[in-house]
Design a protein around this ligand. Structure first.
Ligand code: NAP
Length: 252
């Protein structure tokens, strides 16, 4: 079977869900993960099945690397059972949480949580899954515009994403020998549940960001789903080790 298969973490809602829908529309088989929202995960499986695609959602806690071995075994079984193959092609490290706290108020517990989910998780999940990724495959790490510009209250979060961008460079270098390209996609502010849905629900913040954005609005999930699908399409494999920002030109 020649169908490409993508593993997308945090696919139950927001950007991950939209990325899954865009890739499924391109004929890519979807394996997604959810953390707590099994209900949303089932909705996505059904939506993709209804539109003629295939999606399987698995539970994963990105903050608990001790579970990655069992997850990789589960993934292996799904690849065989549902997709009749042993490996997949695209890994999108997307799952994440928003957490607002000034540097003076950030607790070690908050810092560790962000570190585990946004940096340690992608590092060791990718490590664990390397044997299951086809040579010539691709990895996209979802970063943030906040590594280029600063917004108060997001220091710890942005620090982890900065680390993820450095990791992206190293992954691109080391995995190049297997023909695997690795890039970081950095979204600007997008209307999702992220950080309590602040960008979507707070009109003042929404307007403030829109007025600082070249394209005159905040981002929508489709802006990111489309960008990731483009980066995983035929013809873009030569792009590797790059940070690509999809922010509508915020603060340029
Ligand atoms: P979202 O709507 O809140 O969705 C978050 C997703 O991550 C959900 O699928 C959630 O699963 C999953 N998740 C949360 N904690 C997890 C954990 N501990 N282990 C595994 N999965 C977990 O957020 P989003 O806007 O789609 O954000 C997706 C990514 O984009 C994040 O990495 C975020 O940092 C980045 N980003 C977002 C924005 C933005 O403005 N939205 C901007 C730049 C970058 P459940 O549904 O099961 O809870």
């Amino acid at each position: 079977m020649n169908t490409k298969i993508a593993l997308i973490t945090g696919a139950s809602r927001g950007l991950g869900k939209n990325i899954a829908m865009h890739l499924a529309a391109q004929g890519v088989g979807i394996i997604g993960t959810y953390h707590s929202r099994a209900d949303e995960a089932r909705v996505l499986e059904d939506d993709i099945a209804r539109s003629g695609g295939r999606a399987v959602m698995l539970q994963l806690d990105m903050g608990n690397s001790a579970g990655f071995g069992a997850f990789s075994q589960e993934l292996k079984a799904i690849l065989t059972k549902t997709f009749s193959c042993e490996r997949f092609d695209f890994l999108v490290n997307n799952a994440g949480i928003g957490l607002y706290a000034d540097i003076a108020d950030t607790t070690e517990q908050q810092f560790d949580q962000l570190f585990n989910i946004h940096l340690k998780g992608p590092f060791f999940l990718t490590q664990k899954l390397l044997p299951l990724i086809n040579d010539g495959g691709r990895i996209i790490n979802i970063s943030t515009g906040l590594t280029r510009f600063c917004s108060p209250g997001l220091a710890a979060y942005a620090t982890m994403k900065g680390g993820l961008e450095v990791l992206t460079h190293y992954q691109a270098k080391e995995l190049g020998a297997r023909g695997i390209s690795v890039n970081a996609l950095a979204p600007g502010a997008i209307e999702t549940d992220f950080g309590g849905g602040l960008v979507r629900d707070n009109q003042e913040i929404n307007q403030q960001i829109s007025s600082a954005t070249a394209l005159g609005r905040v981002g929508l999930p489709d802006d990111i789903g489309g960008a990731v699908a483009a980066l995983l399409s035929d013809g873009t494999h030569w792009i590797t080790g790059q940070r690509i920002e999809a922010s509508g030109g915020v603060l340029i």
